[in-house]
Design a protein around this ligand. Structure first.
Ligand code: ATP
Ligand code: MG
Length: 396
């Protein structure tokens, strides 16, 4: 073993009795994610997950890129493995971090020794390794407060690992620790970010998308698929269920009070989503709503929408500004896809003057003008399902 990837566990390390099962879930997520990057072994010890290539076909750059997006890690780093002898550790440090040490002016060595049987204590290892590096790289100076490079030596059970500072990990909790929820996904900016935010808290995602052909196109659906592929780089495999709402939308347009059209449509969306979510074993719904962003996202409108659901509706962006949402969308690479201009079913037949403060009574009365139940049933009987995984082909 020459080189490994170390992932430092975040919140999981504090999970007491659940810790082991959370680690297992995280390791399973990593294995699945690396299955198309070569042969790796993935093991956990002392708040660290070790990703070790098993042969030369293992693509370490690709593995590192994928590990950077695994929820549950506060940090990750590639590390050189040295046999547990002082000389080998010294040589490895000089060789493994050569590029960084040649560019640096100052450095320090930090040592962590979890193998208490190793004959030298941490400060001694650090001092000895530091002296060796100063001899090898005479241009260097030691700066313990603000060094250009920190050389970490971790003396563990089988090997000593050498690395520089770890990079920030994806954070959060491993996907699967937090149960399953269904995200209502449009092609817009907000819902992919909402999906990512909940996956970050360990939630496994099922996605539900509403289309309205011929008013919405196949391209709009394809956009949603591409967005979910990006989200799945973090969230893992996502099942996407597409539901056609054309008839329901036409009925609402033709028979319900125009200014309540959007709220009524949203109530049907949530009813449909809840029915599908229950079938899928999901315990909550997720939307990309942000308070006050549009007429259907006022407190009053949200109260009217929520009145039809009997499970929690998570709105992780409810207190976020557009600029904050855009920042995450850029970070997770959904922004460029989201801004492509395709019609969403929410943007067809939109009322000119939607009511921003509807009352539940008013909405229920307006809704009474249509036989929505039968249309909802029809829509739910004709759904299309695909599985999306960033690292595999999309399966129908
Ligand atoms: P987004 O950017 O996510 O589209 P938005 O600001 O455009 O959100 P709305 O169109 O009012 O707001 O939608 C609010 C939320 O309703 C979305 O974040 C999403 O969760 C859900 N939603 C909207 N349109 C659809 C759709 N076609 N299919 C599934 N869910 C949808
Ligand atoms: Mg939208």
């Amino acid at each position: 073993m020459r080189e490994v990837i170390l992932l430092k566990l975040g919140e999981i390390a504090l999970k007491g009795l659940n810790r082991r099962s959370f680690e297992e879930i995280m390791m399973k997520n990593i294995r699945r994610r690396l299955s198309s990057a070569g042969e790796f072994s993935v093991t956990a010890k002392q708040s660290t997950i070790y990703v070790e290539p098993l042969d030369d076909s293992a693509d370490m750059d690709l593995a590192e890129e994928r590990c950077a997006k695994v929820f549950g890690a506060v940090g990750y780093t590639r590390a050189g493995a040295a046999e547990k002898e002082l000389v080998k550790i010294q040589e490895k440090a000089a060789e493994y971090l050569r590029d960084e040490l040649e560019l640096a002016e100052t450095f320090k060595v930090e040592c962590k020794r979890s193998d208490k049987k190793f004959p030298l204590k941490s400060p001694e290892i650090a001092t000895e390794a530091g002296a060796y590096l100063l001899e090898k790289y005479p241009h260097l100076r030691v700066d313990v407060h603000n060094p250009d490079v920190t050389v970490w030596v971790e003396v563990r059970e089988e090997f000593a690992f050498i690395h520089s500072d770890a990079k920030p990990g994806a954070g959060g909790l491993p996907v699967g620790c937090g149960g399953k929820a269904a995200v209502l996904i449009s092609g817009g900016l907000d819902s992919p970010v909402a999906a990512w935010s909940m996956a970050k808290r360990g939630v496994e995602l099922t996605a539900i998308h509403f289309s309205s052909p011929p008013y919405t196109s196949e391209l709009a659906h394809d956009k949603v698929v591409r967005l979910l592929r990006r989200v799945s780089e973090y969230a893992g495999r996502i099942k996407l269920i597409t539901v056609e709402l054309t008839h329901l939308q036409q009925e609402i347009r033709d028979h319900c009070p125009e200014e309540l059209g959007t709220v009524i449509l949203r109530r049907y969306m949530l009813r449909a989503a809840q029915a599908l979510a229950e079938d899928e074993g999901c315990l909550a719904l997720i939307t990309g709503e942000s308070l006050g962003q549009v007429a259907s996202q006022t407190i009053q409108a949200i109260a009217c929408t929520d009145a039809v659901v009997g499970m929690p509706v998570f709105r992780p962006l409810i207190g976020s500004d557009k600029a904050e949402i855009v920042k995450i969308a850029r970070k997770i690479d959904t922004y460029d896809i989201s801004i492509e201009p395709y019609e969403d079913c929410c943007t067809i037949f939109t009322p000119k003057h939607p009511r921003t403060k509807p009352s539940l009574e008013m909405v229920e009365r307006g809704e009474g003008a249509i036989e929505g139940g039968a249309l909802l049933k029809e829509a739910l009987e004709n759904v299309e399902t695909i599985h999306i995984n960033a690292y595999e082909d999309t399966e129908r």
